[in-house]
Design a protein around this ligand. Structure first.
Ligand code: SF4
Length: 470
């Protein structure tokens, strides 16, 4: 095992077009009123109305684990904004999402690097799969979801790389990413459209992730947007939960930056990948805890969230898609998911993916069995129109993004192993190799399975190769 030593690289130099755009960008100051760390609650150093958020018993149980191998905050630091607290105080599912619980470390089974991400990281801070690259631009969010599968990044844990070095995951640097994109795309172009080693196509899309890129200042976001466009990226996604955690982040200065970016780089598409888990995160409730119907249809939203969503929807060159995991105690509820899908689509937010939980360390506290997650999503889509039911259920295998296509309720006659019914998975995107798309895997049912390993002894047909040795 060796320790990594950072190498000093030349600074990235923006083009004249980038500089002209960046000079127009204005930063703003935000007061998210964040409470970070369970200690603030334990020591009573939170505003009065927040003091009962954790009961004395809950705080004691967390305190008892401090410094032990089961320390909950060492797994994932506690963080919440005032806006999200105001939602959570009246919502059990949102409390489960954001409150630390000793259950998180009862069973520490799981992976330090879910999805084998480091195998796809040619440059620090970049995960290159398919024709898409994911970059870590920041290591935190305005609040922290307890189920987060980036807990290793947010809690700054040591991760072993392919070359045996061990260090916390580093952030992407603009110069490194631009160089990599240009070089990869040149090799692909010189080789007739595919990379000679991996078979991958041009890197066309980058997902800015972390952490949440919207905790960065407008100028930092703008630097990334411009540099990626200059490097030839056609479509930039920003993965954010800020509509739920702090919708006031979508202010005049942010929209002004986006508009000016669009003027400077009209050819680059922007896609906001937002993250709502539950309708309580954006809908108002009356004194009985019920959502409030709007005359003419739909439900009443929280004002600042609605304002942000309307302003996003007014920009036709930008798309907004929601994707969220289905998590135990938060949204394993068909009625909540039905309301969420209907309201989002009504307000120009597409329903993109729902995810099965990942095999992160401690995943047993969060994950809903795969077959149950499929049933919940399927139930939630009953009564929705076709355009409201675009979301698919995905589970991320190290080989690529996989859809849980169907779970049969009855035995599959004549199929050995299908006596209790079957599960059909389909590879949506092969992480390394695009041609694998569309291949399927058929498994005998196991209602208890929360990860692929739950089917190791039930593989009926594995065209997609999901159960081959890694
Ligand atoms: S918003 Fe996403 S990255 Fe941030 S803590 Fe939640 S799941 Fe993790």
């Amino acid at each position: 095992m060796t320790i990594q030593t950072p190498i000093k690289k030349p600074k990235y130099i923006p083009s004249e077009r980038e500089k002209a755009f960046l000079n127009t960008v204005e930063n703003a100051k935000y007061d998210r009123q964040i409470i970070a760390g369970i200690k603030k609650f334990t020591e009573g150093k939170v505003p009065e109305d927040m003091q009962g958020f954790y009961s004395p018993e809950e705080l004691q149980a967390l305190e008892d684990l401090k410094g032990t191998g089961l320390d909950v905050e060492a797994r994932m630091p506690v963080k919440i904004t005032r806006h999200y607290f105001d939602i959570a105080k009246n919502s059990k599912p949102i409390q489960v999402l954001v409150k630390a619980s000793p259950a998180e470390t009862y069973d520490l089974d799981g992976s330090a690097d879910p999805g084998n991400q480091m195998s796809y990281s040619p440059v620090e801070g970049l995960i290159h799969k398919y024709e898409l690259g994911l970059i870590y631009v920041v290591g935190t969010c305005s609040a922290h979801c307890r189920f987060c599968y980036r807990e290793e990044l947010i809690a700054k844990k040591d991760i072993e790389r392919e070359d045996g070095t061990v260090a916390p995951k580093g952030m992407a640097q603009i110069g490194d990413i631009v160089d990599y994109v240009k070089e990869h795309n040149k090799i692909v172009a010189d080789n007739g459209g595919r990379h000679p080693d991996t078979g991958r196509e041009r890197l066309r899309e980058i997902l800015m992730s972390g952490g949440d890129p919207l905790v960065l200042a407008n100028k930092n976001i703008a630097q990334w947007l411009a540099a990626l466009s200059e490097a030839g990226i056609e479509s930039i996604r920003m993965g954010t939960k800020e509509l739920a955690f702090y919708p006031d982040r979508f202010d005049d200065t942010f929209f002004d930056m986006l508009d000016k970016f669009h003027m400077a780089y009209p050819e680059t598409k922007l896609r906001l990948m937002v993250h709502f888990n539950h309708p309580d995160e954006f809908l108002k409730k009356d004194e009985n805890g019920d959502y409030i119907p709007v005359p003419g249809g739909g439900l009443e939203w929280l004002e600042n969230t609605k304002r942000a969503v309307v302003r996003l929807g007014q920009r036709e060159w930008l798309t907004v898609d929601n994707q969220a995991p289905i998590i135990k105690g938060i949204n394993n509820d068909p009625d909540a998911l039905r309301i969420m899908q209907r309201e989002l689509k009504r307000n120009k937010v597409e329903n993109h993916y729902f995810f099965c939980g990942r095999d992160i360390i401690g995943h047993k506290a969060f994950n809903v069995p795969i077959e149950e997650a499929w049933r919940i999503l399927n139930e939630s889509q009953k009564g929705l129109s076709g355009v409201e039911t675009h979301a698919r259920l995905s589970i991320t295998h190290y080989k690529g993004k996989t859809e849980v296509v169907a779970v049969s309720n009855k035995p599959a006659p004549g199929i050995p192993g299908g006596e209790k019914g079957v599960v059909i998975l389909k590879l949506l995107r092969g992480a390394a190799d695009a041609p694998d798309r569309g291949k399927i895997t058929i498994l005998g049912r196991n209602p208890e399975a929360i990860w692929f390993s739950g089917y190791n002894d039930r593989v009926i047909y594995d065209e997609a190769g999901l159960f081959e040795e890694a």
